[in-house]
Design a protein around this ligand. Structure first.
Ligand code: NCD
Ligand code: ZN
Length: 362
């Protein structure tokens, strides 16, 4: 393992996991799933399909489609199918029942329930309108059985400035929620602000947070560099540089509450480059190289393994992976586009070159 100031030619990590991932369905799923499975042992699969993954039955069927797509993609690529476990989630609505939570827990393959405030992001119109008003009994059941609540932490109030929606969410939703359910396991997903990092660091009780590569590497200037750049647009949106620095500090602090979650969210080029483009950055292909770049920028490659491979399983109560992943220090140019079904996708930081490349898992 690298020391804080060493510049190793390669690093070998316990095989990491991605604790926040969108893989979609159908042809898009077949195009993207291998990118994640080549690096990660497991991934928390987001349930915001159209229609959403509402029940344990839906999650069972979706899990089977993911594993089938992975086999097809590996066959198509002429490689062996990597061992990859999709960790399924349910999409919380005003009508999710406590019984559904118990069924989810009993399934053994559902590992979280995702809160999308209605209207907050891509495919969130079926989301929750009033969390503490509508979901009391369901939250109580989750707290009782140890089912984590995964939170998209932004208010949707149009009167709140887009850049302030995470900070306002903390005071309006997160604090009352955790006061009402102090033992509920909560993951503050894709944290984007210094306020969020401070809250997660200081809060009492079982709380964790995922951090994306884009929020560790870029600030909001990336959205406007030389013109309007839709491929840097995701939600929660990139924030100013002071926030990026606070997030990078949290990620590299060694605090077990912070762990890896790419939020890789594929949208075809045309869906992003239009008059009302979709939110979401595609990072799955270069995920570990992007994180290594971020950690190395502050001389903390030695803390990458804990962030990527240890803190997540500890929070979710799962074993650490047994395999390894090796990252090599080589020039790694991010291509201008990648195939996506019959279409194409522009990955985050297309055209930039990274100094790290991950090797397929042995
Ligand atoms: C995600 C998507 O496209 O599904 N988009 C994004 O910008 N992150 C939804 C989400 O996680 O908010
Ligand atoms: Zn997401």
């Amino acid at each position: 393992m690298a020391g804080a100031s060493a510049r190793p030619a390669s690093i070998r990590l316990i095989r990491p996991d991605d604790w926040h991932l969108h893989v979609r369905d159908g042809a898009v799923l077949r195009s993207v799933v291998l990118d994640s499975a080549r690096q990660f042992g497991r991934a928390i699969i987001m349930p915001n399909l159209k229609p959403p993954v509402l029940t344990t039955q839906d999650a069972r069927a979706y899990r089977a489609r993911i594993l089938a797509a992975l086999r097809q993609a590996a066959e198509h690529a002429g490689t062996e199918t990597p061992a990859f476990e999709p960790l399924m989630t349910l999409y919380l609505t005003d009508h999710t029942s406590p019984d559904e939570i118990r069924r989810a827990l009993d399934s053994g393959f559902v590992h979280g329930v995702k809160l999308y405030p209605a209207g907050a992001t891509t495919h969130s119109d079926a989301g929750v309108t009033d969390l503490l008003g509508q979901c009391q009994q369901t939250l109580a059941a989750m707290q009782d059985c140890g089912m984590p609540l995964l939170v998209h932490g932004e208010v949707t109030d149009p009167a709140v400035d887009l850049f302030d929606r995470e900070a306002v969410f903390i005071e309006r939703v997160m604090v009352p929620l955790r006061r009402a359910f102090p033992e509920l396991k909560v993951v503050f997903e894709h944290l984007t602000t210094a306020d969020g990092a401070a809250y997660v660091t200081e809060a009492d009780g079982p709380i964790g947070a995922t951090l994306t590569p884009q929020h560790l590497l870029y600030n909001r200037n990336a959205l406007f560099q030389g013109g309007l750049r839709p491929h840097w647009y995701c939600l929660p949106i990139l924030k100013r540089e002071t926030h990026r620095q606070a997030l990078l500090k949290a990620a590299t602090s060694g605090n077990p509450r912070f762990f890896l979650g790419t939020d890789s969210a594929p949208h075809a080029r045309g869906a992003k480059e239009q008059d009302c483009g979709c939110a979401g950055c595609y990072t799955a292909r270069h995920a570990m190289a992007l994180y290594a770049t971020a950690f190395e920028s502050v001389g903390r490659l030695d803390r990458l393994e804990a962030f990527a491979s240890l803190h997540g399983p500890a929070f979710y109560g799962l074993p650490v992976n047994t395999g390894t992943l090796t990252l090599h220090r080589v020039e790694n140019a991010i291509p201008p586009e990648l195939p996506l079904g019959d279409d194409v996708i522009v990955p985050l930081a297309a055209g930039e070159s990274l100094r790290w490349m991950s090797q397929d898992t042995e």
